[in-house]
Design a protein around this ligand. Sequence first.
Ligand SMILES: [Zn+2]
Length: 210
Amino acid sequence: MNKIMKKGQTGDLLTSRSYGERKAAIEAAVQEILFNVGEEPAREGLQRTPERVARMYDEILAGYSVDPVALVNDALFNVEYDEMVVVKDIEFFSMCEHHMLPFFGRANVAYVPSHKVIGLSKIPRIVEMFARRLQVQERMTRQIAELIEEVLEPQGVAVVIEASHLCSMMRGVKKEHARMVTSTMLGCFRKSDKTRNEFLHHLDSQNVSI
Ligand SMILES: [Zn+2]
């Protein structure tokens, strides 16, 4: 589990600064942004905005402080089952690391167990842990697949994510890339057309095309 622990490790700043210090620093930075975009930070509607933004980041970037070992450990079960497990339409909200604007959509996860399964409610929690960070969709897709591969040692795992990116939609550039589909296929999903097609067939109903 050491490798998993490393993946979920928080940044150095998170451990070397107190919560209060970090919150104050974010508030000061937001104050600077407000001033430098031409706003009047002291006006009534903006007075508490730096504090609100700092508190909001606690929630929407909470994934940095989730311990993946604790998240999955109590929900692993040894079973003799080797049929595909599919969890579809997991709604998520993330933040693009290039612009710090939201991207959001649905994740679809499948695996074929070899000797272990995970409680079904944990798959959306894994998606959420990786979504609630500054992300790029491609990396998030891979991280979800690799964590499941590591904890379950399955015959294979597949993740397909479809998301809309506000940084493209709002800025009016590359509108055709505003909605993006990414996928990671590992093990039997990569090797076997039949397994991969079985999973993609599950997704057909929602018109995901990869
Ligand atoms: Zn972006």
